[in-house]
Design a protein around this ligand. Structure first.
Ligand SMILES: [Zn+2]
Length: 502
């Protein structure tokens, strides 16, 4: 019997709005698609929570014995400023502002994204396709939708006809909206608008002469709309109907709603069986946003280099912190909560190191009650994770297990209360849930006070050699520190600050 049969997964399906048993389309296999980042700036912490959620979900499917194909795209064209159909391409805009090729922007921020994913121990997907790599497929599906009467061309752009689609399907099925409401709310069409209805959305946009990112198409030079890339890449690699589609809550409408309409319209099938949406991050109870000055980049969180942070927190502390709440609840950042998470994570991490050193001598006079309790804890780890990937409850069980490990480490004779078999099961379960299911690695702790003191000694020394005009030595100190990831910054009046690169 496979683990996924012993501990069947129940998940909250955003499409049905209820918790359902997970039954994959092909037994033993899971196909999942997650909307990836738009690579025009550094990935922020809110996005990181989304990718962590789906890291946990894909890890746990594998943990239970499923074979998983996990597709997560890179959006490198078509996502317009303001998430609407008009306006500049986010990547094109950044390229213009920084006087770089769009693909230089894409490369820089794709690498930044991958670095952050690695820091958080978020595993790479099985396939990471990019929108610009699938222009032909996006043109083809757009043609198909025109042929089916579900899309229309105006002046070199192509729009999806939502009203037409809604005659035979329900546009709004995922977000619980209906077309009448949608047509009443929002802005009115202005006279220059090419769309027949304001709820219609672009599949292909004509490129103005100054638009950098452009491809030839049957409708002239242009670029694909934002929603169509996900429809193309998910169905290309996972089939016209696949198991699971995920993303942040903010993508539910219109992005995911449009994906459903495009795929259902083109293929005549419901594309996705289960939809999962992860919730937002808040800071001290407020929505995290750049304009409020309360949004962090992961690097700022690791170094503590942000006015709202008392100090830096390690990637595993932050990972642990995020796992303490269920993915469907909002999660609030505060210094107090992070400090508590740091302590909590240390406890689990210490127990992880300890349990690896413990061995059972055998020949036990097992205590039935103790064994029963331990076996129950093992069982609860699986039960909690199989119940809609409840990491918060799983961590609570791991804390109980950690206490047991600490007891054993202090009083080795107590190990004789359990049989070798139960001990080994307990040990393996703790290690596997920490490292594989939850992705919490042991972290070598750095003594921050000592590190800060040492850097300040070097800064003092560098100031001295600069006063002595020994610039060669001054540069060497700077370069050597840079080589090990500590960047010195020269400020006004010879002041120096530093930043630890993550
Ligand atoms: Zn998407």
């Amino acid at each position: 019997m496979k683990l996924y049969q012993k501990y069947p997964i129940q998940l909250s399906n955003s499409l049905s709005g209820v918790k359902e048993p997970f039954e994959p389309i092909t037994p033993g296999f899971v196909g999942m698609y997650v909307c990836g980042p738009t690579v025009y700036n550094n990935v922020h912490l809110g996005n990181t929570r989304t990718f962590l959620t789906f890291d946990i979900i894909s890890r746990y499917f594998r943990f239970l014995g499923y074979k998983v194909r996990y597709v997560r795209n890179i959006t490198d064209v078509g996502h317009l400023v303001g998430d609407v159909d008009e306006g500049e391409d986010k990547i094109g805009k950044k390229a213009r502002l920084e006087q770089l090729e769009p693909m230089e922007i894409v490369k820089r921020y794709t690498e930044d994204f991958h670095t952050v994913m690695r820091q958080f121990n978020i595993l790479p997907p099985s396939i990471e396709p990019s929108a610009t790599g699938h222009i032909v497929e996006q043109i083809n599906i757009t043609k198909k939708l025109i042929d089916l009467g579900l899309a229309y061309e105006v002046n070199g752009s192509v729009y999806f006809d939502v009203k037409k689609y809604n005659q035979s399907h329900h546009y709004g099925i995922l977000s619980g909206r209906n077309i009448e409401e949608l047509m009443e709310s929002g802005r009115e069409l202005d006279s220059q608008d090419e769309k027949r209805e304001k709820i219609d959305f672009a599949l292909w946009k004509k490129a103005s002469p100054e638009h950098i990112m452009r491809w030839p198409s049957p409708w002239g030079d242009g670029f694909p709309g934002w929603h169509i890339e996900c429809t193309v890449m998910s169905t290309k690699y996972l089939g016209e109907t696949f198991d699971l589609h995920g993303g942040g809550m903010d993508l539910k409408f219109p992005h995911h709603e449009c994906e459903i309409a495009q795929a259902t319209g083109a293929n005549g099938k419901t594309p996705v069986k289960y939809w999962i949406h992860s919730n937002m991050l808040t800071v001290n109870g407020q929505k995290m946003s750049k304009s409020l000055g309360n949004s962090f980049l992961p690097a700022e969180l690791f170094t503590g280099n942000h006015p709202m942070l008392q100090k830096g927190y390690s990637p595993m502390t932050v990972r642990f912190f995020m796992l303490q709440s269920h993915y469907s609840s909002t999660l609030d950042f505060s210094n107090e909560a992070l400090n508590a998470a740091e302590k909590g994570y240390k406890k689990l991490s210490n127990a992880l190191s300890l349990v690896k050193t413990l061995t059972h001598a055998g020949g036990a006079s097992a205590n039935a009650d103790t064994e029963k309790k331990l076996l129950q804890l093992i069982d609860e780890c699986y039960q909690n994770m199989s119940d809609d990937f409840n990491t918060a409850k799983t961590l609570a069980v791991l804390f109980e297990m950690a206490s047991q490990i600490n007891t054993w480490a202090g009083q080795k004779e107590m190990l004789s209360e359990v049989s070798t078999d139960v001990f080994e099961k307990f040990k393996i379960t703790y290690i596997a849930f920490m490292e594989e299911a939850l992705g919490l690695k042991e972290e070598k702790s750095v003594n921050n006070d000592l590190l800060e003191g040492t850097i300040n000694v070097l800064i003092g020394l560098r100031k001295r050699v600069r006063t002595d005009r020994n610039f060669a030595l001054s540069d060497k100190i700077r370069d050597d520190l840079k080589a090990i990831g500590i960047q010195l910054k020269d400020g006004k009046d010879g002041e120096m600050s530093y930043e630890i690169e993550s």
